[in-house]
Design a protein around this ligand. Structure first.
Ligand SMILES: *[C@@H]1O[C@H](CO)[C@@H](O)[C@H](O)[C@H]1NC(C)=O
Length: 262
């Protein structure tokens, strides 16, 4: 009887639809979902990244839905150990303006420090330079059906990217500025992270230890299934990197120290 019960629970855990894909801890334990609590449950509508202490980095466009401020962050959903954290406060990039997509960045402060609550939540590092063409980067986050996907992407030269994005109302300077990076998937997959601020990252490996380094977060456009590259906020940009490090109070420029802390 008990054996049957245990077996049933085990089976139901194994075949939860839409949650079947699991990731290595270092790939996804920092990946956060930004949510809004409703009477019927939590509606998640954005992605973010745990970057240390009680801080989640996300987009400025991820803080409000239907006139309501996000109030909860879920960590661990992609590694099978979901845990919700209440949001205490937010800070938006000082140059962000709602009518444009530029400087689409914010830091969300949680009421608790995830790494003190559980060792499985490890903060990601941030790459202070633009990845070289040889760097393998991927996008991680939920697709339109809410399933986590990890998708290899390649950077697209900004001149080339500009051909696809003529300046629009929300992108009045186009995609040429140092603000952004353009990338598209190297495969023909149509399933990849579709939520705003999904992290683009590279895994740095040394002596068998692997650590995620964030390079961008999704801002606009589709990330796969299209020749048209998506646009990502470039974290290493002079207008972004010092801001994150200052607000967070973390020396992200010291890659080795961040690697060691992980
Ligand atoms: C905002 O409202 C729409 C329409 O009612 C709803 O479908 C959506 O889930 C809401 N979003 C959030 C994050 O609550």
């Amino acid at each position: 009887m008990l054996v049957h019960f245990v077996l049933l629970v085990w089976i139901s855990l194994m075949v939860r639809p839409g949650k079947a894909q699991n990731f290595e801890h270092h790939e996804a334990s920092h990946v956060a979902l930004i949510g809004w609590t409703h009477a019927g449950g939590i509606k998640f509508d954005c992605t973010g990244s745990y970057i240390g202490k009680n801080m989640i980095m996300t987009g400025a466009r991820c803080l409000e839905r239907n006139g309501t401020r996000a109030d909860v962050v879920r960590l661990g959903a992609a590694v099978g150990s979901p845990r919700d954290f209440a949001i205490k406060d937010v800070i938006v990039h000082y140059r962000y303006q709602a009518e444009y997509y530029y400087h689409n960045m914010a830091i969300v402060y949680l009421k608790e420090e995830p790494q003190s609550v559980s060792k499985i939540f490890k903060p990601a590092c941030i790459l202070s330079t633009l990845p070289t063409p040889a760097t393998q980067i991927h996008l991680i986050g939920r697709d339109a059906e809410g399933v986590f996907q990890k998708t290899a992407v390649e950077l697209v030269d900004s001149d080339k990217c500009h051909e696809y994005y003529s300046p629009t109302k929300k992108f009045k300077y186009g995609a040429l500025l140092v603000c952004c990076m353009c990338a598209r998937s190297t495969t023909t997959t149509t399933k990849c992270a579709s939520e705003l601020s999904a992290p683009m990252q590279t895994i740095v490996e040394k002596n068998g230890k692997r650590v995620p380094f964030l390079v961008g977060q999704k801002t606009i456009g589709r990330s796969c299934g299209s020749k048209i590259p998506g646009i990502y906020t470039r974290l290493s940009s002079d207008g972004h990197f010092p801001w994150i490090a200052t607000i967070a109070g973390i020396d992200f420029a010291n890659h080795d120290a961040c690697f060691e802390r992980y």
